[in-house]
Design a protein around this ligand. Structure first.
Ligand SMILES: *[C@@H]1O[C@H](CO)[C@@H](O)[C@H](O)[C@H]1NC(C)=O
Ligand SMILES: *[C@@H]1O[C@H](CO)[C@@H](O)[C@H](O)[C@H]1NC(C)=O
Length: 225
């Protein structure tokens, strides 16, 4: 249950290259003077802070790995699979600033439908996203939606870099358990906590099914997806 098929597919798909690609992407960008300048033009309130941080990084001695990243061409098409409790909102924020700085087109949910595409489905429905020219594909995806290669292919070219962060599974699980018990209690988690009030961690590990609403797909527990 902890490692659903979806999770396993994710790991195979992304594990090896993901962090390397991400670091490459970020550090490649940090090497360009245009990033902080463009941020200023875009009037992002944190631009002064970011500029200062970025020039500090540019001027510091970077290990060889990052030096080599700086020599790579900058990626402008990026599909970021946003995974719960794995620093993904932080990276989303960076990608949105990057998109502003580079005038890239971002696939975004229509505001009336909420800030995420879907937490439970992989379908990206055209009527749920902000309108875009039909003859053009997007550059950036960083809103939450369960990753599905075929769905993503409808909106992004094969050139787009696919990136995800895979966090150590036990820490991710515990972080999700804490989050969905306190900050954003879900029905499933509440039921599980009621059944295992003294030791919810052991409770979840031995009976993950107790932490799902009975009528729902286990992936919707958010703790194991
Ligand atoms: C940003 O991109 C859009 C469409 O791709 C274009 O119409 C617009 O002129 C660009 N803006 C700038 C400042 O480059
Ligand atoms: C898991 O979390 C613990 C406690 O926060 C931390 O010390 C440890 O380094 C983490 N392990 C991994 C592999 O991230």
């Amino acid at each position: 249950m902890l490692f659903s098929d979806i999770r396993r597919t994710w790991m195979v798909f992304f594990a090896a290259g993901s962090m390397i690609l991400l670091c490459g992407l970020l550090f490649v960008d940090m090497g360009k003077i245009g990033f902080p300048t463009a941020l200023k033009l875009a009037s992002v309130p944190t631009s002064n802070y970011l500029s200062a941080r970025l020039s500090k990084i540019e001027n510091s001695e970077l290990p060889n790995f990052y030096q080599n990243c700086l020599k790579q061409p900058e990626a402008h098409q990026i599909v970021f699979a946003k995974i719960h409790k794995a620093a993904s909102s932080t990276v989303q924020n960076i990608l949105l600033h990057f998109a502003l700085a580079r005038n890239l087109s971002v696939l975004l949910p229509a505001l009336s439908k909420g800030p995420i595409l879907s937490q439970t489905e992989s379908k990206i429905q055209p009527e749920k996203i902000i309108e875009y020219p039909v003859d053009k594909s997007f550059d950036i995806l960083c809103s939450h939606v369960l990753y599905d290669t075929n769905e993503v292919r409808k909106y992004f070219t094969n050139k787009a870099v696919r990136v995800a962060i895979i966090r150590e599974p036990m820490n991710q699980t515990l972080s999700a358990l804490r989050y969905y018990a306190t900050s954003f209690p879900s029905d499933g988690t509440k039921a599980g906590l009621k059944k295992h009030p003294n030791n919810p961690i052991n409770g979840f590990l031995s009976h993950p099914d107790h932490f799902c609403s009975s009528d729902k797909d286990p992936r919707v527990s958010f703790i194991n997806n």
